[in-house]
Write a protein that binds this ligand. Structure first.
Ligand code: ACO
Length: 449
């Protein structure tokens, strides 16, 4: 007798497949993409702006446009992130809290508001007994995104005002989450280490530290090196927001639009970010480079690197997905500004920490992969934020399991900012689907099938 799961699989493959022809004929924009690869406009925001191309009207054609690749730019509420980071570096201070304030409120804080806000974040870090208990119960699975997701979705049950979408309440919940995410990630990880035989490390958050310092402190058990903490702060700033259309933020906006509570909406963002085509790519890059090192002994050999990458594209190496992780983007073309910045920080840190050969390998892979992908797909495909971020974290002594949770604990800022905006816009997100088998079927009794 045929296994019922196999039978269901066979029918799914048979009946769920829609030909590219039908999709084109019905003018369906799969992935919410226009035929030229640009995104379908589905919303409006005051938060992040992502520029990756210019649309130029074709000469003599009224409604036809060509896509011109341009160097990528990213703005937070109108401020160029490159300039923001430059200022924090110049002033030798932490910027993540200020960026969080900016994204939530739309304005840079005056000094006194900044102090109050940063103090509030520090104060709200401590986990309650109930929150700690959830974490202690979550040691069965190593994946730290699953652990984070479980804790956040459980928080609905620890908040007496969980369901109120009054903006004051949502602001309170947002600040709580921005404060607690890094503490939850670090505590989850310390519990995981313990479950694997390491000594139990109970580290309570310190309210007087910046978010970046406190996270590294909770992982290492001692106050981190100031340069390391500042670089980690910059990495968090670069991951804090990316417009309304990125997969996780759009998920948060979609769930928020139904009236669901803050924890449910943010859990949707975590779920989306865990995917290997989105935030999960930073851990995949690390696995890919590890696999490459196993296969390629001469890191300077362009031929060997190219042959390994070709195997990935042919699904014969790596995770067999055919993806070279850390490359490509739905909006950016010539460059991802975050990748460019992280690369320069990685270069400097590699010299300081003795990782020069490794940096050179990343650099070779970047050059070779971009060219191979461009030749194959007839479009510019460059390194994205995930290509160098994990390498920076590795040099800071952070374990791979935390690369994607770190992305989440920075991006929770953008998610919360968009959630508040979505609640105020008020309209439930409900796009349309075409059902293709138009003829109505008559029910056939079971004995006649
Ligand atoms: N490896 C292999 N092929 C790629 C890659 C890549 N890194 N990037 C793009 N391509 C291919 C696509 O599969 C597509 O081929 P197809 O036409 O045969 O389907 C073609 O190039 C054109 O793709 P795009 O339209 O430019 O990319 P899309 O917008 O569909 O996808 C994505 C963007 C998912 C990021 C893609 O580039 C990818 O899979 N990259 C690898 C995963 C990754 O690094 N993700 C992190 C992105 S950044 C972030 O989310 C934080």
């Amino acid at each position: 007798m045929e296994d019922i799961i196999k039978r269901i699989e066979k029918l799914s493959l048979l009946n769920d497949y829609l030909t590219p022809r039908i999709i084109k004929e019905r003018n369906v924009k799969l992935g919410l993409r226009n035929p030229d690869g640009t995104g379908v406009v589905v919303g409006i925001t005051t938060k992040g702006r992502v520029d990756g191309y210019k649309r130029i009207r074709k000469e003599g054609r009224k409604n036809e446009y060509a896509i011109n690749p341009v160097p990528g730019k990213l703005y937070y509420c109108g401020y160029d992130i490159e300039k923001l980071v430059e200022e924090y570096e110049k002033q030798n201070r932490y910027g993540f809290e200020e960026v969080a304030y900016l994204l939530i409120t739309g304005e840079l804080p005056a000094r006194s508001d900044y102090r109050k806000f940063a103090r509030e974040i520090g104060k709200r870090r401590a986990l309650s007994k109930a929150e700690r208990q959830i974490i202690m119960g979550e040691v069965q699975n190593d994946n730290q995104m699953y652990a984070l997701h479980s804790v956040i979705s459980h928080l609905s049950r620890c908040d007496e005002e969980a369901d109120s979408t009054d903006i004051n309440n949502v602001c309170r919940q947002s600040i709580n989450l921005i404060a607690k995410f890094p503490v939850i990630v670090a505590t989850n990880y310390n519990v995981l280490r313990y479950s694997k035989g390491a000594d139990l490390r109970i580290v309570r958050p310190k309210p007087e530290l910046s978010t970046a310092e406190n996270f590294l402190y909770m992982l290492q058990g001692e106050k981190p090196d100031a340069d390391d903490a500042r670089l980690f702060d910059i990495a968090m700033i670069l991951h804090a927001e990316h417009g309304g259309g990125n997969n996780s933020t759009f998920s948060v906006r979609t769930v928020s639009s139904s009236g669901a509570n803050t924890y449910m909406a943010i859990a949707a963002g975590i779920a989306s970010l865990s995917g290997h085509l989105h935030g999960g790519a930073n851990e995949q890059v690390k696995d890919m480079i590890k696999d490459l090192k196993r296969e390629v002994s001469n890191w300077d050999s362009e031929r060997s690197i190219k042959s390994y990458l070709a195997k990935i594209l042919e699904r014969k190496a790596g995770d067999r997905s055919g993806k070279i992780y850390g490359f490509g983007h739905a909006v950016y073309t010539m460059s991802d500004p975050r990748a460019i910045m992280l690369k320069e920080y990685a270069r400097k840190l590699a010299v300081k920490k003795g990782y020069e050969e490794e940096f050179a390998l990343y650099d070779h892979v970047e050059r070779i992969a971009s060219k191979m992908l461009a030749d194959r797909n007839k479009k510019i495909i460059s390194a994205n934020v995930d290509f160098y971020s994990g390498f920076v974290y590795e040099m800071l002594g952070i374990p791979k399991e935390l690369y994607t949770p770190i992305f989440a604990m920075a991006r929770v800022v953008g998610w919360c900012a968009h959630r508040i905006e979505q609640i105020m816009q008020g309209k439930i997100i409900r796009p349309a689907y075409i059902q293709v088998s138009l003829e109505e079927k008559s029910f056939v009794p079971m004995q006649d099938r």
